[in-house]
Design a binder for this molecule. Structure first.
Ligand SMILES: [Zn+2]
Ligand SMILES: [Zn+2]
Ligand SMILES: [Zn+2]
Length: 108
């Protein structure tokens, strides 16, 4: 197995404080009235954005705009993390309370 990249290494072992999700849905889609499939949360700033199966792919766009490297799934029961820079996945990361939603949030 490949060793996780430095970003995922930090994500797995060296996070000291929780990030706070920006809201109960994709930040940009909520503003624009867009729809999404699944949600992802930026582990640098808590930006919640929609996945690449969604029409607007705001999580990926947030990475390109901000260079924040790692997202976590923001779906119930899913604690995987993905590094955009190295295109690597970790299947389960330790999380803090509030980082995983209790339910799937769908667009209003
Ligand atoms: Zn990385
Ligand atoms: Zn979106
Ligand atoms: Zn971010």
């Amino acid at each position: 197995m490949k060793k996780p990249c430095s970003h995922l290494e930090v994500t797995e072992h060296h996070r000291k404080a929780p990030v706070h999700p920006s809201g109960h849905g994709c930040m940009e889609c909520l503003k624009d009235g867009g729809d999404w499939v699944h949600l992802r949360m930026c582990l640098t700033c808590g930006h919640v954005g929609c996945c690449d199966d969604s029409p607007s792919r705001h999580a990926t766009r947030h990475f390109h705009a901000s260079s924040h490297p790692v997202i976590k799934s923001f779906e119930p029961g899913e604690d995987w993390a993905w590094c955009f820079v190295d295109e690597q996945l970790v299947e389960r990361i330790p999380t803090f309370p509030g980082e995983s939603p209790p339910v799937h949030y769908s667009a209003p």
